[in-house]
Design a protein around this ligand. Structure first.
Ligand SMILES: [Zn+2]
Length: 495
């Protein structure tokens, strides 16, 4: 038994002590009541003890894969970008794709995209793909286009653009579906690369105090390989607990995994370190790309007289059938829903399930008072990503205008209504330090209604104990109560 001593408890600042046996909290209480007979003592040097953060909605494997890519965040001129790409090209083995992330031409003096000719000058043989920081665009060189079988005769896909220059030649700039099409032509990560990536993501997340993270779309490449990679990473000492939501179609779709194979993967996991929690469904798109299903119109919509906009991914009948199939098979659901119109559909569907409290809505960025009341009555969980307000405010205003943007992410109203609301990052699209999320939730940036600020106390709980509820981990992790695992973080110690 180990005694942790000389720390303050985060809730009330009182001096406390905690005993831990085999990773579990045995007792925590006033320092003056600490047992005298212990095997080992750990001095926390006056720091404040908190439960470790729980990031209940992020993308673990993609975070790790991005860490292996060239990071162009510091580059503010085309010359900076090309120098960084050239250096990486010279370091890479022949034939491998050169992937870069956080490319952002809006930082360039003239704001113009790179042309593929500039990338071809570095290498015409190696595929080079620079992904835009917004995740919806990229610039490819000729080898990357060729690998995706794109030539000058290509036509734009629905919802995407292969950008051309004045002479009509492809520039290599790829928007939306065109970007996704070329990205999909890159080789899938191998099992070893996946394990390495998950371990790297785990190290990065542990370094900012995260103890548990939830991957919100496992099965993007190959479900069986990803499940194996998560299990292997946990066995190889991944410093965070891994929680997984699998894409609905990879389990219940026509080409889904065999149930016995899935059961084999799940049974081989040590559930304390790594477990499958449920299934993920997308109900709509995003605000920045005007694809969230909303009541009313996006500012840039052509005026066709309709009173609604954006896209439901599935027809209501199809969506209800998907929810029913998952619920009847005993799965918990996490449904991506950003627009208010989409969220009505999700609530309609959850309301018909046996126990809606098992299910989660991801994002729910636009909500009316009536919807908040209804969500509370239904009892489903909701996860929210406060950091988005810092990073995407300009994109929201462009699509929704100032007034509707100010009322996005109504965390305080939801908390007051009693909705189980957890906070998370959705990394890698944001940097994902929970302290940034907490700061933003407590003090929303200019232009966002300050009445929706939450207290620091609530924000910390939303990033720890309420996240545990979202992951079906209540009573196991998140509060440092007796019987729970001793995942903690320390702030402000002198050591
Ligand atoms: Zn996500």
């Amino acid at each position: 038994m180990t005694l942790y001593e000389n720390f303050l408890w985060w809730v009330d600042g009182s001096p406390q002590a905690m005993t831990v046996d085999q990773g579990r909290v045995v007792w925590r209480g006033p320092a003056t009541d600490a047992p005298l007979e212990v095997g080992r003592r750990i001095d926390l040097e006056g720091g404040t003890l908190y439960p470790a953060f729980i990031d209940a909605h992020c993308h673990i494997l993609p975070t790790g894969l991005d860490l292996q890519k060239l990071h162009l965040g510091p580059c503010s001129t085309p010359g900076d970008v090309l120098d960084a790409v050239r250096a990486r090209h010279e370091a890479l083995e022949p034939g491998a794709w050169l992937h870069a992330v956080h490319y952002d031409q809006t930082k360039f003096p003239d704001g113009a995209h790179l042309h593929r000719d500039a990338l071809d000058a570095i290498s015409a043989e190696r595929p080079i793909l620079l992904r835009h920081v917004n995740g919806h665009a990229s610039v490819a060189n000729s080898a990357a286009l060729a690998a995706a079988r794109i030539d000058e005769t290509v036509e734009d896909p629905p919802g995407g653009t292969f950008v051309r220059d004045e002479s009509g030649r492809l520039t290599g700039v790829l928007l939306e579906r065109a970007h996704e099409f070329v990205t999909a032509a890159a080789p899938e990560p191998t099992l070893d690369e996946m394990v390495e990536a998950i371990l790297a993501a785990g190290r990065e997340m542990a370094a900012v105090g995260i103890g548990t993270a939830t991957d919100m779309m496992t099965g993007r490449w190959n479900l069986a390989r990803e499940l194996e990679a998560y299990r292997l990473a946990s066995e190889q000492g991944c410093p965070i607990r891994l929680r997984l939501f699998l894409q609905w179609g990879t389990v219940l779709g026509p080409r889904g995994i065999e149930p016995s194979e899935l059961a084999g993967h799940m049974g081989a996991m040590d559930a304390e370190r790594c477990k499958v929690v449920g299934l993920k469904i997308f109900a709509d798109g995003a605000i920045g790309s005007a694809t969230a299903a909303i009541y009313g119109r996006f500012l840039n919509d052509p005026d066709d007289g309709r009173a609604e906009s954006g896209q439901l991914i599935y027809s209501p009948d199809r969506f209800h059938a998907m929810v029913r199939a998952a619920d009847e098979a005993g799965w918990r659901l996490a449904v991506h829903s950003i627009g208010d119109r989409s969220t009505d559909l999700v609530l309609d569907s959850f309301a018909t399930t046996a126990d809606p409290r098992r299910h989660r809505i991801e994002h729910a960025m636009l909500l009316s008072d009536a919807q908040i009341e209804r969500m509370a009555a239904i009892g489903c969980h909701c996860t929210m990503q406060p950091e988005f307000l810092m990073k995407f405010g300009h994109a929201y205003r462009r699509q929704l205008g100032q007034e509707r943007t100010a009322r996005l992410k109504r965390a305080e109203s939801m908390r007051r209504a009693g909705i189980p609301l957890s906070f998370s990052s959705d990394r890698p699209i944001v940097s994902g330090d929970p302290l940034d999320g907490i700061r933003t939730a407590c003090s929303r940036p200019d232009g966002f209604d300050p009445a929706e600020n939450v207290s620091y106390d609530f924000a910390v709980r939303a990033y720890s104990e309420i996240g545990a509820i979202a992951n079906d981990d209540a009573g196991f992790v998140g509060r440092l109560e007796a019987g729970e695992v001793a995942d903690y973080r320390l702030e402000g110690s002198s050591g």
